[in-house]
Design a protein around this ligand. Structure first.
Ligand SMILES: [Zn+2]
Length: 475
């Protein structure tokens, strides 16, 4: 049974979705005004593993991850300039060009890291009507007030504010910078809608005049739009607990009168010499730069070697360790080859079931990926010993299936048999097998077409005695 640490209750709890087998997951996505760094990589790999594991457990998951393209201000609260508008000025682009450019960059970096795409990636700028509706409801229910064209959430009207972060009203006051807008009744109040000056490019008409939504509003509006008023799991980085998630809870719960989120999950940060890696601190390493030195799968394995709730201290030794781990997995996979299905021996069935049990035990314990990896490497060790003896094709097949399921399907670590990537030897082997298969099954027309096509494309095909075929590249 999967248990997850719930930031709200500060306990590990058994995960039971509201409407099994369906499970709704919302994760705060990127603000698209720059390339992703390793900190983003850690966060989205962690939630990707959650998604993959839930699917392995046969839940039907809808995974929503937003794209913030408006309203996120440079001070991460209610003051400063819109991050996208500022970047647009620096790059002499339209804000929406900035959004497109860095959304594409984000997905490219995450694809390389092996993260599955969300089922829905809603843009804040594409959900302005939903956000305006939510503000209207908050007005009607007495949780919002207008001041100088801005609309604020009245925190004193919502007693649950501070429960997620454990911050008392005093902490919150001292935590709020004095720069906060002075038309607020209370420094803890936060913006739902900001009035826009003429220089603000992204603005929309609303019952309160021209303006744009406060940053927290989009997640409430889009999570509820796609996952309902109560959602199963909401994730994000630890730095989102306060104020972002606290504000989301206040807005959603005040509007619907229902519990907003059943399980809150937060991912810890990447540190550099003990300090948080972040854009504002200038100590970040972009994923695209890291990929020049380390294969994306090495970076993924490196992230998975620590628990998502632990900080990950950035080091080249750590990455080198992950690289040798990845090589061990890859060489085990290529030792197993591409065997055929059949019934496996007792010894292999026993190893496979023991490994799967240990792996699941670790993953069930709040997604303990270091523990899951330990069971996988123990499997490789034991499997390599078995490979020294006599193993049937069926045995190897059984072992390959388990490796592919746990390492690739659940943990998302792709095990290409050559680390050089896109190996032509591997391709030739597959094509040779295909021609052999076609001939064996007397599909001579297809087999000959494949041979002719290959020869036109610069490959030689040689049929070997016994029905197999060998393909080589004439390069
Ligand atoms: Zn959010």
């Amino acid at each position: 049974m999967l248990s997850l640490y719930n930031t709200m209750t500060r306990e590990k709890e058994e995960f039971t979705p509201m409407n099994p087998p369906f499970a709704g997951v919302y994760v705060c996505g990127p603000t698209v005004y720059g390339h992703s760094h390793l900190g983003h990589g850690k966060s989205y790999v962690s939630f990707d593993v959650l998604l993959r594991y839930l699917r392995y457990l046969e839940y039907k998951v809808r995974y929503v991850q937003n794209i913030t393209d408006v309203g996120h201000l440079t001070d991460d609260a209610d003051a400063g300039e819109d991050k996208l508008q500022k970047q647009a000025r620096l790059e002499k682009l339209e804000p929406m060009e900035v959004a497109e450019k860095y959304t594409a960059s984000y997905f490219r970096d995450m694809d390389l890291l092996g993260n599955l795409r969300p089922d829905i990636s809603p843009r804040a700028s594409g959900h302005i009507p939903e956000q305006i509706e939510l503000v209207k409801t908050l007005f009607e229910k007495g949780h919002a007030y207008e001041a100088g064209g801005n609309v604020y959430f009245d925190v004193s009207s919502f007693p649950g504010y501070g429960r997620l972060s454990g911050r008392t009203a005093d902490d919150q006051r001292t935590g709020t910078r004095v720069r906060s807008a002075d038309d607020k009744r209370n420094p803890r109040d936060f913006a739902l809608w900001k009035s826009a000056g003429e220089d603000h490019i992204l603005q929309w008409n609303s019952p309160w005049g021209w303006g744009y939504p406060g940053w927290h509003l989009e997640c409430s509006a889009m999570a509820m739009r796609y996952l309902g008023e109560t959602i199963d799991i909401h994730g994000g980085g630890l730095e989102n607990v306060f104020p972002h998630h606290e504000c989301e809870i206040a807005q959603s719960t005040a509007a619907t009168g229902k519990e907003f989120v059943r399980y809150w999950m937060h991912n810890n940060m990447v540190t550099v010499d003990g300090r948080k890696m972040g854009k504002s601190l200038g100590n970040f390493t972009l994923l695209r730069d890291l990929y020049q030195r380390w294969e994306p799968m090495v970076v993924r394995l490196y992230i998975l070697r620590s628990h998502y709730r632990s900080p990950l201290d950035f080091s080249d030794e750590g990455l080198a360790g992950a690289k040798s781990g990845l090589e061990r997995l890859i060489s085990f996979k290529s030792r197993l080859g591409s065997p055929e299905k059949g019934s496996a021996s007792e010894a292999v069935l026993d190893l496979v079931s023991r490994t799967e049990t240990d792996f699941r035990k670790a993953m069930d314990d709040d997604l303990n990926t270091p523990g899951a990896l330990a069971s996988l490497f123990e499997y490789v060790r034991a499997g390599n010993i078995l490979l020294e003896g006599e193993l049937s094709e069926a045995d190897k097949h059984q072992m390959t299936v388990l490796l592919d399921t746990l390492a690739t399907d659940v943990l998302g670590v792709q095990l290409a048999s050559e680390s050089s990537g896109g190996s032509s030897e591997e391709l030739c082997r597959i094509l040779g097998e295909l021609r052999g298969y076609l001939r064996k099954n007397k599909l001579f027309q297809e087999a000959d077409k494949l041979r002719d096509d290959l020869s036109n494309a610069g490959f030689s095909v040689r049929d070997l005695p016994g029905g197999a075929s060998e393909v080589t590249a004439d390069l």
